[in-house]
Design a protein around this ligand. Sequence first.
Ligand code: KIV
Ligand code: NA
Length: 254
Amino acid sequence: MRAEQQPIVALTAYDYTFAQAVDNAGVDVVLVGDSLGNVIQGHGSTVPVTVEDIVYHCQCVARGLDRALLMADLPFLSYADEATAIDSAGALMKHGGAQMVKLEGTQDQAAIVEALTIAGVPVCAHIGLQPQLVDKLGGFKVQGKDEQSANRIVEDACALEAAGADLLLVECVSAPVAERIRAAVNLPLIGIGAGVNCDGQVLVLQDVLGITQGRVPRFSRNFMPQGQSIPGALSAYAEAVRARTFPDATECFE
Ligand code: KIV
Ligand code: NA
């Protein structure tokens, strides 16, 4: 799709009914994200989410998909070493039905990505802001704001590609930093809070449907006013990603 300049539409789902709706809307990649810690379980972060939680929601989602690729998050500490990562990915794929796993990382996780790759696990590397590190970072902030940290994220992308990652996802970097990452790799780059010049976009389902209470990230968009219904909002999101009308300038970081 990158080679054909076809934008990749990705969205989270956590259950069977919404998986069907998301699949019917023509979403290409459905993510069982560890954001389920926030939007399903009501935790303040993704830290408490377990492999078992992701497996359960993957099973529910897998039954609802006909067409989309099913990607599942490896939760916090489920890939801290190579053997643990392989066990965790095995559970997501064998029991959950996931076709690709996603892990948050930097070049420090290259050996883990390589071990998964050698074992035959398709991997998406999630770079930039790593929400699982919220307690270490002290909050959710835009990443790569100075030259040195931007260079470091570009290096992370290259190292994870070289380690065998099949897909990259970048969160919360300025549009120019996302463009630098994209230019440095051959892999497709899916963005969230990373500007319009990525190969695709991902959002959290509840944000797209406008049902998230309280503070919503600046980079997400409620598609319900435009779509008028759940299927309408999901289709409007898919269309906006394909037409590159999402995100707009107000939904990006400078
Ligand atoms: O857990 C999640 O939903 C994610 C996406 C927002 C990228 O990782
Ligand atoms: Na996640």
